[in-house]
Write a protein that binds this ligand. Structure first.
Ligand SMILES: Cc1ncc(COP(=O)(O)O)c(C=O)c1O
Length: 410
């Protein structure tokens, strides 16, 4: 008996996929930019706005009490999803970008001294690069980079211990899965080495949170960031997990309503974490929708999603490599479901526009990895990224479109 694929079991949960684009059935392969939402999330957002919406934490009336309970339950749901020790270690943000900015500003901005080191890799998304550039400039810290080599985007992890021994690294911040290479980094080992040298760790889990089991206690990271919209949840909601002992020592990132215990004309006293970091009215519906999305991912099974991603990432990379004059970036095996490539001399934007004419949604550009793409000798690459609802016949469509593009532009 053959086991039904994830797409056979779950694709019908995503109504947006059932449409034609430019006269062709949509093939959505832009999941690394944003995934689609299942009906359960869409329905929960609608249900919340129809029945329970009010501002949180402030009111004593029934709707506010209900909205507050749903919002705080969502925090608990995220803590369980990450196996965090405590819901108070979960801060709601706008997304990965804001989470990292929060740590760079509130932790690094106060803790780092002139000459201290910040260690990154050369495959970081701009969201995990620019905040560190800014804070380094502000406090006089220095950026160090783990070098990425070749089209496969390898990092020599054996140099890690020496980098910590030879340099005053105070924090290492790295991506779990590269959004342009599809490479999966050994984050638990990095955290172990960093802690041995007394450094703090931040994991950018934007591309891993919706794609594999994630356990902050097993990884033993100090901070971890991800975005709701990349794991079946709403846009505008994200998570910062922080070790409580660190969050407690951090100053707020923004200030205003809701994050205080008391205010005088002269000053204010902050609430403890996580509320200290959630100034103003939060994205209540976003948090509630995210909790429903996490329920959905656990219903599908994060191990199954991970296996499915590996399957599609590996066979897509193998089949694309068979296309003449096509250069695939990222590892030869053990890749996530993300495949970036360059076809002959065709500009990635032209290729993506051509694919769109055939109903295939790809991404073309530097993928917010400008220094890395430049290092590959390019300005842009095309990228196909797969998720739990993609089918083998959609991969066939991608391959066929790339063959047609080679002929059309050739
Ligand atoms: C690895 C990685 N980090 C950070 C981000 C930023 O995420 P967001 O735009 O949701 O804040 C992305 C988005 O593509 C990403 O892929």
């Amino acid at each position: 008996m053959t086991v039904p694929s994830l797409a056979e079991r779950f694709r019908a949960d995503f109504p947006i996929l059932d449409q034609t684009v430019n006269g062709h059935p949509l093939v959505y392969l832009d999941n690394a930019a944003s995934t689609q939402r299942p009906t359960s999330v869409i329905n929960e957002l609608s249900r919340y706005y129809r029945h329970d919406h009010a501002n949180v934490h402030r009111g004593l009336h029934a709707l506010s009490t209900r909205a507050t309970a749903l919002y705080e339950n969502a925090r608990q749901r995220v803590a369980t999803f990450l196996n965090a020790e405590d819901p108070e270690s979960i801060v709601f943000t706008r997304g990965t970008t804001e989470s990292i900015n929060l740590v760079a500003s509130s932790w690094a901005g106060n803790e780092l001294k002139p000459g201290d080191g910040i260690l990154l890799t050369q495959m970081e998304h701009h969201a995990n690069l620019i905040p560190w550039q800014i804070v380094a400039r502000r406090v006089g810290a220095r950026l160090y980079f783990l070098t990425v080599t070749g089209d496969e985007g390898e990092i020599d992890w054996s140099q890690l211990d020496t980098i910590f021994t030879d340099n005053p690294i105070r924090i290492v911040a790295l991506t779990h899965i590269s959004n342009s290479l599809g490479r999966i980094n050994p984050v638990a080992e990095v955290c172990r080495t960093a802690h041995k040298h007394g450094a703090v760790t931040l994991i950018d889990a934007a591309q891993s949170a919706g794609h594999m089991p994630l356990d902050v206690r097993a990884i033993d990271c100090d901070f971890l960031a991800f975005s709701g919209h990349k794991c079946c949840g709403p846009t505008g909601i994200g998570i910062l997990y922080g070790r409580k002992s660190l969050l407690e020592k951090m100053e707020p990132y923004q200030t205003g309503g809701e994050m205080i215990v008391s205010v005088t004309f002269e000053g204010a006293e902050w609430k403890p974490p996580p509320h200290r970091f959630e100034a103003g009215t939060p994205h209540i519906a976003g948090a509630i929708g995210l909790a429903t999305a996490l329920d959905y991912l656990d219903q599908v099974g994060r191990n199954s999603i991970q296996e499915n991603d590996h399957h599609f990432g590996n066979i897509a990379a193998t089949r694309l490599r068979e296309i003449p004059d096509l250069r695939v970036f990222g590892p030869l095996d053990e890749r996530a479901g993300i495949v970036s490539f360059q076809l002959g001399k065709i500009h990635a934007h032209d290729l993506v526009a051509f694919a769109d004419q055939h109903g295939v949604a790809l991404r073309g550009g530097h993928h917010c990895n400008q220094p890395l793409v430049r290092k590959l000798g390019l300005h842009a690459t095309a990228r196909a990224s797969f998720y739990l609802y993609n089918t083998e016949s959609e991969l066939d469509r991608l391959v066929a479109v790339l063959h047609s593009a080679a002929k059309y532009f050739g």
